[in-house]
Design a protein around this ligand. Structure first.
Ligand SMILES: Cc1cc2nc3c(=O)[nH]c(=O)nc-3n(C[C@H](O)[C@H](O)[C@H](O)COP(=O)(O)OP(=O)(O)OC[C@H]3O[C@@H](n4cnc5c(N)ncnc54)[C@H](O)[C@@H]3O)c2cc1C
Length: 379
């Protein structure tokens, strides 16, 4: 068993770390306050090959492995939740499925500009009545000549109103439930495609979580991703691998909270000495550090297995379930260690506490992860 990172993985981590520390962390609090979508940062990330990380070089990507990808997400999440989720969605639920299921023409037209960072991607599955239950999707696509006509609403779509290229899951045969779903590639500006509200959220506030509205929106048949009625398979396979990215994001939040707590424990003095000298604080820090390390191992194992082409449904769900849970716990403890100051916006732990919570919800709630793990365990 080799726990060493390769030269390439170390290089990816140090490049993303120094970019995140210099360009993102200093503006993270301000982005959180304003909710402004971070276009200038995303453009720079495109130039640094972060927007098509695992996409092969022939399609404009960086062609690195999944372990490098999770290292990058952890570094970004340490600096800013919004930037890390926009990047994770773009890479793992937009670029990745086009790379796996797309035709050469779709890859040329859509994957290349996405992977080169010239276009931004999004993934639209959730609807008002279809959250955990993806089979309840009501947005329809009806064939009309050579086009499909889309009607319906999507909600909670990360980068929804900003993205250029969106993968939209619709029902092509409503009576069939999950067996009647199909994914289409939809371009921003297509007539009949507009936006509804943008959510005012607790955390990841600059990630433009939007409602999408389709009213007689005509999409060419050649924009179907994968086969007709294969949308559930495309979606589940996509989520299996993308969950490692959200798990890595959770590790990033937890690591950042731990670092803030360690720093504060050395600085803050009460009863004539730094609070880090008290055993209560030391034990809290010890538990936090151990949980972060354990979560990171689960994430790296799932990514390592993905790189070997192994089935990772169970492992990615375990990584997300555990990493998201400990991210919430560690952020909570980090805030506790900061006392009253941690409850103010003067310290990053307040934002990390709010950001950590989302990892228990999106890309499948923790209850859904338990369902996946139980199903795979009972096979
Ligand atoms: C900030 C943010 C960004 C998002 N980005 C995207 C995106 O880019 N694209 C996209 O498609 N979606 C996105 N989502 C949607 C997200 O994936 C869903 O919110 C999530 O899957 C849960 O669905 P729901 O909110 O409808 O909750 P529900 O499914 O209604 O769940 C409510 C509660 O019931 C529990 N529950 C549901 N079914 C069961 C069951 N069978 N057994 C036990 N418990 C159950 C859930 O775990 C949860 O605790 C985003 C959401 C947020 C908040």
């Amino acid at each position: 068993m080799d726990f060493d990172l390769t030269k390439e993985q170390l290089m990816v981590r140090s490049t993303v770390r120094s970019f995140a520390e210099k360009e993102i962390k200093p503006v993270a609090q301000q982005m959180d306050a304003s909710g402004e979508f971070p276009w200038p940062i995303l453009r720079k990330m495109g130039q640094l090959n972060m927007m098509g990380m695992t996409v092969p070089r022939e399609w404009g990507g960086a062609g690195v492995d999944s372990v490098s990808y999770v290292l990058a997400i952890e570094e970004l999440a340490k600096a800013c939740g919004s930037t890390s989720v926009i990047m994770a969605v773009h890479n793992s639920v937009c670029c990745h499925p086009i790379n796996v299921f797309g035709t050469p023409a779709q890859k040329e037209k859509y994957l290349k500009p996405l992977a080169e960072g010239k276009k931004l991607g999004a993934f639209a599955l959730t609807e008002p009545g279809a959250g955990s239950d993806a089979g309840a999707v009501r947005t329809t696509a009806i064939l009309d000549g050579d086009n499909y006509i889309l009607n319906g609403n999507k909600i909670f779509i990360t980068s929804g109103c900003e993205a250029d290229i969106l993968l939209v899951t619709v029902s092509t045969e409503p009576p069939k439930g999950t067996k009647g779903l199909t994914v289409f590639i939809v371009e921003k500006g297509t007539p009949g495609f507009t936006y509804g509200s943008v959510e005012d959220k607790m955390g990841v506030r600059a990630s433009a979580t939007s409602e999408l509205v389709f009213e007689n929106c005509s999409i060419p048949r050649e924009n179907m991703l994968g086969d007709l009625n294969s949308g559930f398979k495309v979606g589940m396979m996509t989520l299996d691998s993308s969950r490692i990215g959200i798990a890595a994001q959770a590790v990033g939040f937890a690591q950042a909270a731990l670092e803030e707590a360690v720093k504060y424990s050395k600085e803050r003095e009460q009863f004539g000495r730094p609070i880090g000298k008290f055993q209560a604080i030391q034990w809290m820090l010890a538990e936090m550090a151990t949980k972060v390390a354990a979560a990171r191992f689960l994430v790296h194992r799932a990514a390592w297995m993905a790189d070997r082409g192994q089935k990772i449904s169970k492992e990615s769900a375990m990584a997300k379930l555990y990493a998201s849970r400990i991210a919430v716990e560690v952020a909570n403890n980090a805030l506790q260690i900061h006392g009253g100051y941690g409850y103010t916006k003067d310290y990053a732990v307040e934002r990390l506490f709010r950001e950590a919570k989302i990892t228990e919800i999106y890309e499948g709630t923790s209850e859904v992860q338990r369902m996946v793990i139980a199903r795979e365990s009972l096979r």
